[in-house]
Write a protein that binds this ligand. Structure first.
Ligand code: ZN
Length: 280
């Protein structure tokens, strides 16, 4: 199995905005937290990335999460509204043409994870990966039909519905499960209603794609901290504890959706908490 990151965009957010708990931190604690994670922090801004993971395994090419996309109308986010990047050219540099993608796996259906599901052709949004089967959590799809999901409905319309209409979608049940040999969805709700993490086994090793269970390595050291984007904080904490425990016990390679640097690393036990180390 090989795993390659294809970056779409990078940005910074004030830590005091991203983590409401940040304000409560004291100077000594700050020093302890920043030393292991200092590469990711400039002043009090967290560095963040949006990217897609390309996985090649068993003759298949898979993508995990598809970023923001080009030309999407996102009135709720100035950063993502009408974004234009050369993502498809970067994907080609990684050796992947759109028609070579066999599977697209989505941890959840937020705007920065589903964007390249589709692209605009002659005024219509069509699947970017014409041969791919797209797998995503059923509960995420249903959320758009609820009152809480109504102001994100355009994300469904331009990035999810076209995939369903093209009969390329497979909805993952709420319990998760294995869909290809060694590739498994795990329910990790909280950040969003049906968020799932994805594990892949190869030659005795595990890769664990954590989506938005964590946004920044600080949360490895402070798993009780929820980002400002958490829908259900208590379930988000449970999911983070589950994921960090699994990663530490198995020595899994954790592949994040938004960490800077290589965005990938390993979690170890440290006292009664956890520590993070980036992998190359
Ligand atoms: Zn995200």
């Amino acid at each position: 199995m090989t795993i390659t990151r294809v970056t779409e965009t990078r940005f910074t957010l004030p830590l005091s905005f991203l983590y409401p708990s940040w304000r409560s931190i004291c100077g000594a604690e700050l020093g302890r937290l920043l030393s292991p994670a200092s590469l990711d922090v400039r002043g009090e801004e967290a560095l963040l990335s949006v990217h897609t993971w390309v996985v090649r395994t068993g003759g298949y090419t898979l993508l995990v999460d598809t970023g923001v996309g080009n030309g999407k109308h996102r009135p709720f986010s100035a950063r993502f509204d009408q974004l234009q990047t050369s993502f498809i050219a970067r994907l080609a540099e990684a050796g992947v043409a759109p028609d070579q993608v066999d599977y697209v796996l989505l941890t959840h259906l937020h705007a920065d994870h589903v964007g390249w599901n589709t692209q605009q052709v002659d005024g219509a949004w069509v699947p970017t990966f014409p041969r791919a089967r797209y797998l995503f959590p059923h509960a995420e799809c249903e959320f758009f039909a609820t009152r809480a999901g109504v102001n994100r409905r355009m994300v469904y319309e331009d990035s999810v519905r076209p995939v369903i209409d093209a009969r390329q979608a497979t909805l993952v049940p709420d319990c998760g499960g294995e869909f290809l040999d060694g590739i498994e969805f795990h329910p990790t709700p909280g950040h969003s209603v049906g968020h799932m993490s994805i594990s892949m086994r190869s030659q005795g090793e595990e890769a664990l794609f954590c989506g938005d269970v964590m946004h920044h390595p600080l949360q490895v050291y402070r798993p009780a901290w929820c980002s400002t984007y958490a829908l259900d904080e208590s379930r988000a904490r449970e999911s983070r504890q589950w994921l960090l425990t699994r990663a530490a016990e198995r020595g899994a390679l954790v592949l994040s959706a938004h960490f800077p640097e290589t965005s990938a690393g390993r979690v170890t036990r440290c006292g009664d908490g956890f520590a993070w180390r980036y992998s190359a």
